[in-house]
Design a protein around this ligand. Structure first.
Ligand code: SF4
Length: 496
């Protein structure tokens, strides 16, 4: 990945009487930190009161012993956020909490709804569509879901305490797009995935309780074992009576393909497949598809490592390191001055000239989104004496914006949006360039090809997108108009 594009979010939940649930949630969020670094939050119930603590920053910046100690309870949810809708500020940090009469519930959301304007309008908060769009733009879709649930929540009509579950049954059918939720009230932990399952959610077992997490790796870290994926279109409710499932929509699985390519941790399993092994297979496929006569295969660390290992193995070319990554550069790093901005990439990656000098290199990364970092990496390798630089990418060109929870910015910022592979090769300054074909990438996952969303690579959006212009599709002067994206199901009027 040539830049740190915004991952959507990570969610975690635990129902485990007798366990320090806030501390377990802290560990779970720490394991999911790669999915969102802007804010972190935990909600805990002691059976009577739901307490929420959240703030801007990394998990370790938001929580310490002092903040965790008072969070007593038997049930908790947690959230790490990277803003995909709404601005990045404290008010948008999650879990979202809503009080309804004497009761209340908390919600953590991973994903992005595609019908926020319609939902805002249905709430009657604003009179017209344009105004509703303003609301949708000025707040988060998670807030909207909180409001919808609060209005459907009727503690006075239920005697069995299943108010939140009932409210969800009313609200979920109206939501479109990508949503994985963890929710809680004072007595229940609930996990939900949208009918396509864009974002992952797994169920785990811990002694005396249950865990929900965006990725199976978070289960390992809290000592839980994997039970199963929450199915697309499924709601799972956990309380003192155990676990009960209910299907609220027919499943049409479309897991985000980029979870396999980049987002998920390598030690996570999705669709029963090891992500690390799948990424190595992507490299092997790439070697078969785009061989090159070279002396060393090297990754762009760390994202390109497994695919580079696979490429080297399949090509029979020695694997080596040509770049060293500074392990301690995080998102919070502040450029010291404009003058030093050009040093930005070197602060993260520095070449090893003794490994590179005079060599014909195959350089492997998992994706190129904007290309600016990749270009600087190539330039560094040339300066360090590389004889040839052959760039290989273990996914197809990233041409379309994501509407389902990955923040890739404006379409005009996507390098491949309006450039051919030959033009990108020239822009990067490499001797050759090849991207892995989509069908080979899908084969390498080891899962069913039709069970993935590939919209950013194919333009085929599984859920009609609200308005392609909302991602600022800009045609630069003189550029050929880009092909219109295709909705795989009912096409949205603005795209047909
Ligand atoms: S558009 Fe791309 S990044 Fe977004 S959900 Fe689909 S595959 Fe993932």
């Amino acid at each position: 990945m040539d830049l740190h594009i915004g991952e959507a979010c990570g969610v975690f939940g635990v129902y485990a009487p007798g366990h320090p649930v806030a501390n377990l949630t802290y560990l779970g969020l720490y394991a999911l930190q790669h999915r969102g670094q802007e804010s972190a939050g935990i909600a805990v119930s002691d059976g009577e009161t739901v307490t929420v603590v959240k703030d801007m920053g990394l998990v370790t910046q938001v929580f310490d012993e002092r903040r965790l100690a008072p969070l007593d309870g038997h049930l908790a949810i947690g959230h790490v956020r990277y803003s995909t809708t709404g601005t990045s500020n404290w008010r948008n940090a999650q879990p979202v909490y809503r009080s309804v009469g004497d009761a209340g519930f908390a919600l953590g959301h991973n994903g992005n709804l595609t019908n926020t304007a319609e939902l805002a309008e249905s709430l009657g908060m604003l009179p017209g569509m344009a105004a509703a769009q303003d609301l949708a733009d000025s707040t988060t879709d998670s807030d909207l879901v909180g409001e919808l649930l609060a209005r459907a929540y009727a503690p006075e009509v239920r005697s069995d305490g299943r108010d939140l579950e009932t409210a969800l049954e009313h609200v979920l059918p109206d939501l479109a797009g990508a949503f994985t939720f963890v929710l809680m009230d004072d007595a229940h932990l609930i996990g939900v995935r949208d009918r396509h399952g864009f974002r992952p959610l797994v169920l785990g077992r811990i002694e005396g309780g249950w865990v929900l997490a965006s990725e199976s790796a978070a289960l390992d870290i809290v000592g839980a074992h994997f039970v199963r994926d929450i199915e697309p279109g499924e709601m799972v409710v956990i309380d003192a009576a155990g676990v009960r499932e209910r299907r609220y929509a027919e499943a049409t699985p479309k897991l985000c393909l980029f979870e396999f390519v980049y987002f998920a941790r390598p030690d996570t399993k999705l669709y029963g497949q090891s992500i690390h092994a799948a990424r190595q297979r992507m490299g092997e496929e790439l070697a078969r598809q785009a061989p090159v006569d070279a002396e060393m295969v090297m990754p762009v660390p760390e994202s390109g490592i497994p695919a580079a290992q696979g490429y080297a193995r399949a090509a029979g070319i020695p694997y080596g390191d040509g770049l060293v990554k500074n392990r301690y550069v995080g998102r919070t790093f502040i450029q010291p001055s404009q003058q030093l901005r050009g040093q930005g990439v070197r602060l993260k990656l520095n070449p090893l000239p003794e490994n590179i000098k005079g060599k014909r290199l195959v350089v492997v990364d998992d994706s190129i989104v904007r290309g600016t970092t990749t270009r600087q990496v190539v330039s560094m390798l040339r300066e360090a004496g590389a004889a040839e630089v052959h760039f290989r990418v273990s996914s197809p060109p990233y041409r379309w914006p994501c509407f389902y929870g990955m923040d890739t910015g404006q379409r005009s910022e996507l390098l491949a949006a309006d450039m051919s592979v030959g033009e990108i090769r020239d822009f990067l300054g490499v001797d050759s360039l090849a991207y892995l074909d989509l069908d080979r990438l899908l084969t390498a996952t080891g899962a069913l090809p039709e069970s993935f969303c590939t919209a950013c690579l194919s333009g085929e959006y599984p859920v009609p997108v609200p308005d392609i212009d909302s991602k600022h599709v800009l045609e630069e002067d003189g550029a050929e108009p880009s092909p219109v994206p295709r909705a795989a199901e009912s096409p949205h009027p603005s795209t047909s």
